[in-house]
Design a protein around this ligand. Structure first.
Ligand SMILES: *Cc1c(COP(=O)(O)O)cnc(C)c1O
Length: 356
């Protein structure tokens, strides 16, 4: 049976990335060696690393004065690396859910944390508005796409202090204005590569603001000066990231990725708004994630939860159970997800409505 991969992460990747990875694992560029067995100091790998940095810069139209590095460890590692480097006295955070809280928790180890606003009062089902960011904060950190709760910040905000964003689950899903940010980080396994690498885009002038001595592997300045080669980088995930970037460029870049994300998510939200059994957990269309569409059975139909999961399984819909912390359902619709998979989910929602 054809499987429709709605996994939240690790998640769907383009066939192109999988095929090119298989080829390279067998034999990289006719070298007679597997990608998995080459030196990270080889010319072959230099080309992969340089290619991935250059493709990131092209795709996101990154201006001069920014560096792109590929680090081991997940996005969670950045939760402490950011404050380790930049939280001197006080930092501001926006509490939009589980991953935002991950950053807040670690920052408290290093200094004062001002949580400027929170959407906790409504289970993180909206993006807080109308808050004030203290002008003496060392930085303001947000999570642009709340993978678990299904909200997304789709604008590049203008703020008076350095802006930092965890874009783990929506990087490369829209054109963006990188110049608004001092640092962006994104774990790979949601939207561009297998787990094991995190991309960091950092403004070079921000690196002059490091507030304390930092261990080598947590020091952004080291990784920038060593082109992500201070130690052995995650060779395979970086190769796969490069292949996904090639695929995105061939398909029309992040503009086209955005077009597809809008088409997929609108189709799903329209069905959820119409269907008598289900509802989207995020009500305000402006706050709805295009990447992670979270939904529930209405209270009067709640007992049908397991029955819908059964139907989903029978129709080849993989990964639509909501995160264990929030329940319900979640359809993660990352860049590589074809519209045909969204159509299959919509058909299942309609079939289930008819049967109940
Ligand atoms: C998945 C995720 C993380 C954690 O990523 P790891 O690579 O598992 O550490 C952090 N932030 C967001 C927004 C995520 O979606």
């Amino acid at each position: 049976m054809k499987k429709h991969n709605f996994n939240a992460g690790p998640a769907i990747l383009p066939e192109y990335t999988i095929e090119k990875s298989i080829e390279a694992i067998k034999d990289l560029n006719g070298s007679g060696l597997s990608l998995l067995t080459i030196s990270h100091r080889s010319k072959d790998f230099d080309a992969i690393m340089d290619g991935a940095v250059a493709a990131t810069k092209r795709l996101l139209d990154i201006p001069e004065g920014y560096s792109v590095i590929f680090l081991g460890g997940g996005a969670s590692t950045q939760f402490y690396t950011v404050p380790y480097n930049f939280l001197g006295k006080k930092a501001a955070y926006l509490d939009t859910g589980s991953w935002a809280k991950g950053g807040i928790k670690e920052a408290k180890l290093f200094g004062e944390v001002d949580v400027v606003a929170s959407s906790k009062d409504k289970n993180y089902s909206y993006i807080p508005k109308g808050f004030t960011i203290p002008e003496d904060a060392d930085y303001f950190e947000i999570c642009s796409n709340n993978t678990i709760e299904g909200t997304e910040i789709l604008e590049d905000w203008d703020v008076k202090v350095p802006l930092i964003s965890d874009m783990s689950s929506d990087i490369f899903s829209r054109p963006m204005d990188v110049s608004k940010y001092s640092l962006i980080f994104a774990g790979a396994q949601k939207n561009f590569a297998p787990a094991g690498v995190t991309i960091v885009i950092v403004k070079d002038s921000f690196l002059e603001k490091v507030v304390r001595p930092v261990p080598t592997m947590a020091d952004y300045r080291v990784h920038v000066s060593k082109n992500s080669m201070q130690n052995t980088p995650p060779v395979f995930p970086i190769f796969a990231a490069l292949k996904t970037m090639e695929w995105m460029e061939q398909e029309g870049g992040v503009k086209e990725m955005e077009k597809r994300a809008i088409a997929r998510s609108e189709k799903l939200y329209d069905e959820l708004d119409r269907n008598k059994l289900f509802k989207a957990t995020v009500e305000d269309p402006a706050d709805r994630s295009r990447m992670n569409i979270t939904f529930l059975l209405k209270p009067e139909y709640e007992e049908l939860q397991d029955a819908f999961l059964e139907l989903a399984k029978a129709r080849g819909l993989v990964g639509i159970k909501g995160h264990r912390s929030v329940g319900g359902f979640r359809a993660s619709c990352y860049n590589a997800l074809p519209m045909e998979s969204v159509d299959a989910l919509v058909a299942a929602l309609q079939e289930f409505e008819k049967a109940n």
